[in-house]
Write a protein that binds this ligand. Structure first.
Ligand code: FAD
Length: 274
């Protein structure tokens, strides 16, 4: 149980209220409050991000900037329609109303669906802390984490060109199920169908969402078809360690990965999936 709850009304006040391991930033609270209730985390103080002005969605210069404290449910809007599949596969409505985009970047695997999607989008983070503000590519964030008392304030990315976005998540059940495997990709082809640019990110294969360099290298310059997509998935299943948890064994994840990679890349609609 925490002894104090702070509800700062600005980003600066959040930073001032954070106090190393004695306090915890809480955004939607779907993970942080559960950890406190279960006795796995015991901060002296909770610092809520909800009133700090860190929610909202803006577009400028062709880029989309989403405040870290924006609930997942608020991402349902026409200019973010490509994310509908990610949202539909995320928890259930009650969770989506509370869970935030920024909080998702800290979710342990096999959670972190938006981390996977945002890696494929090559997103960058706005970060604020006692030493000021900085920007960090999301891929670097997964390697370094944040410094003490820093918070993520926003997430920025370029929307994908029409027809280039892919998302597919293998789950044990339809609602409230973490990923067995999650695949996000941006794939561009030229007029002959040859892949000219590709970014693929995966969940369920490592300790945090990762890009798949072997799948990307295997696809670049190839014609996008069932054979090339399956081969890329098989290379990824050999390259990434995968892991065992209550949802699936590493063995099972390695078998699901090539199938879902192929289905994701070819854009197979769920209802017609072989
Ligand atoms: C029933 C259920 C189903 C779920 N289903 C899914 C799912 O399908 N997919 C999925 O990806 N996740 C799922 N989750 C996990 C979780 O709800 C999400 O990952 C959610 O996005 C976490 O965000 P939050 O705002 O609730 O984080 P919080 O619980 O508020 O915080 C989590 C951690 O992140 C830190 N943090 C939060 N925001 C910031 C910030 N801006 N800067 C610095 N640190 C910060 C906190 O200090 C804390 O350590 C599920 C959870 C539950 C309980």
């Amino acid at each position: 149980m925490a002894f104090a709850v702070h509800r700062p009304e600005s980003m600066e006040a959040v930073i001032a209220a954070l106090d190393g391991t004695a306090s915890v930033a809480v955004s939607g609270g779907t993970l942080a409050i559960r950890a406190i209730n279960e006795g796995k985390s015991f901060p002296l103080a909770i610092v809520s991000l909800r009133r700090a002005g860190l929610a909202g969605i803006a577009q400028d210069d062709g880029m989309i900037e989403i405040g870290a404290a924006t609930p997942i449910a608020e991402l349902v809007r026409p200019d973010l329609a490509f994310l509908d599949g990610v949202i539909a596969s995320f928890g259930a409505p009650a969770v989506r109303n509370m869970a935030t985009l920024g909080g998702n970047l800290f979710a342990p695997q096999p959670y972190g669906d938006f981390g996977v999607a945002l890696l494929a989008l090559d997103a960058s983070l706005a970060i604020a802390g006692p030493s000021g503000k900085r920007r960090l590519p999301l891929s670097k964030f997964y390697e370094t984490g944040l410094a003490s008392n820093e918070i993520v304030t926003g997430i920025r990315f370029a929307p994908p060109a029409p027809g280039t976005w892919r998302w597919l998540k293998a789950t044990r059940r339809a609602l409230n199920s973490a990923a067995v495997i999650a695949v996000a990709a941006i794939i561009e082809t030229d007029r002959s169908g040859t892949i000219s640019a590709v970014r693929i990110a995966l969940g369920g294969v490592d300790s945090h969402p990762v890009r798949s360099p072997v799948a990307e290298a295997g696809l670049l310059g190839q014609v996008l078809d069932s054979a090339s997509a399956t081969k890329a998935g098989e290379a990824a299943a050999t390259f990434h360690p995968c892991f065992t948890d209550t949802y699936a064994s590493a063995w099972y994840r390695r078998r699901v990965l090539p199938v879902f990679m192929r289905r994701a890349l070819l854009g197979t609609p769920l209802e017609t999936m072989p």
